[in-house]
Design a protein around this ligand. Structure first.
Ligand SMILES: N[C@@H](CCC(=O)N[C@@H](CS)C(=O)NCC(=O)O)C(=O)O
Length: 371
């Protein structure tokens, strides 16, 4: 490549990024906020611009510090993602995001209050400030990201929608479901994709729509529907928790993209940044080989990226409005992304990493530079 070409490439990239940032600011200001549940204009949009090096605040960080806990909206119970044991202790990949944020902000992963939410309740709970983060197998879509007044923070699990049938039905693929009765939860992308899939394949179906996952699963197991549909990880989780998992088969078809991740409200960029970088810190830690077990030793690493991540080289903590050991605490108390995946998804559901592996290992999981 000639020097001129390189110079032009740099100019084009810089202007594209600059343009995107400006566009982002415009979008942020003009983004519609769900009028019913958020009548006041978002604080970040009305306060004068903050100095470039400090994040615009919207109050969630202060509220969390004063309260001493993070309010986390989770599933009503889905093994691997968010489930409480008989002592009321919550575990799961989605739960670990809230624990990570509590570790980053409060230095204690246990300082989380959980609110179980159905598919129908989840967005209202976030809009009405009942929770600080929604971390509950929620698919990132344009509509949810804009007109609901919410921000998707990132993708913590790359999924797709599938179908589960009773093994005895002898159905082995989704195209054989013409005329089937299908169990589905309302207020989900699942419901919409289901209709798209049958319509585009000129097939007919009869939906059985039930809000409670427990009741829906019960209806499917009792034979009220020929198939049940949701995110494939959800189907695998539901199957794994049945008395006889072999009685059920998850079909091989993947009918949609379901990028799942945590959600925050529009209007609080600092909180948005904190949750976003908590996830990236977990991913970066895995890439750099930093685990909950070796994080203390890693503080003496000579790798500049590790020094920055662990706060040995200061600056990132201040930029987020946190202490410099924010990421070290996330890794120490929750673990890196791979540790969380293995503990929750692999160990409990038997799901291999697949596209949820690091980009360096053939997957899609990737964190921007922590600098
Ligand atoms: N990813 C889809 C579906 C998410 C979803 O809620 N799935 C169900 C089935 S796995 C679920 O988690 N239910 C648990 C509950 O209602 O607590 C969406 O965001 O709309």
């Amino acid at each position: 490549m000639s020097r001129n070409v390189i110079v032009w490439a740099v100019v084009i990239i810089v202007s594209a990024v600059g343009g995107a940032l400006i566009q982002g600011q415009i979008d942020q200001k003009s983004a519609p906020v769900a009028a019913k549940s958020e009548p006041k204009s978002a604080p970040a949009a009305t306060t004068p611009a903050a100095p470039a090096q400090t994040a615009a605040t919207g109050g969630t960080l202060d509220a969390v510090r004063q309260r001493g806990s993070v309010l986390c909206g989770v599933n009503t119970g889905l093994a691997g993602f968010g489930i409480a044991d008989s002592q009321g202790k919550w575990t799961g990949l989605d739960v670990d995001i809230c624990r990570g944020v509590a570790a980053a902000v409060l230095g204690d992963a246990e300082k989380v209050k959980y609110t179980p939410l159905t598919t129908q309740q989840r967005f209202t709970a976030l809009q009405s400030k009942e929770i600080d983060i929604l971390s509950r197998n929620t698919t990132w879509t344009l509509g949810r990201d804009t007109s609901l007044g919410l921000n998707f923070v990132g993708i913590t699990f790359f999924d797709g929608q599938g179908f589960m049938v009773r093994t005895a039905s002898k159905v082995t693929n989704a195209k054989s479901l013409n005329g089937a009765t299908v169990c589905v939860q309302p207020g989900t992308t699942t419901e919409l994709n289901l209709a798209d899939f049958f319509r585009s394949n000129n097939m007919k179906f009869q939906p059985v729509v039930i809000e409670s996952l427990q009741e829906l699963t019960g209806a499917f197991v009792a034979g009220r529907c020929d198939a049940m549909t949701t995110d494939i990880s959800g189907l695998v989780s539901i199957r794994a928790t049945q008395a006889k998992p072999d009685d059920f088969l998850v079909l091989p078809d993947v009918i949609s993209k379901e990028p799942l991740g945590p959600v925050v409200r529009h209007g609080d960029d600092q909180w948005f940044d904190i949750v976003k970088w908590t996830i990236f810190a977990m991913i970066e830690a895995e890439e750099k080989g930093i685990t909950s077990a070796n994080v203390e030793q890693m503080k003496s690493s000579e790798d500049p990226a590790i020094k920055r991540l662990l706060g040995v080289t200061a600056g990132n903590g201040e930029a987020l409005g946190l202490k410099e050991d924010w990421a070290a605490n996330v890794i120490k108390l929750v673990g890196n992304y791979g540790e969380s995946y293995d503990r929750n998804i692999k160990a409990q559901l038997g799901l291999e990493r697949g596209i949820n592996n690091l980009w360096t290992k053939g997957g899609l999981v990737y964190a921007p530079p922590v600098r």
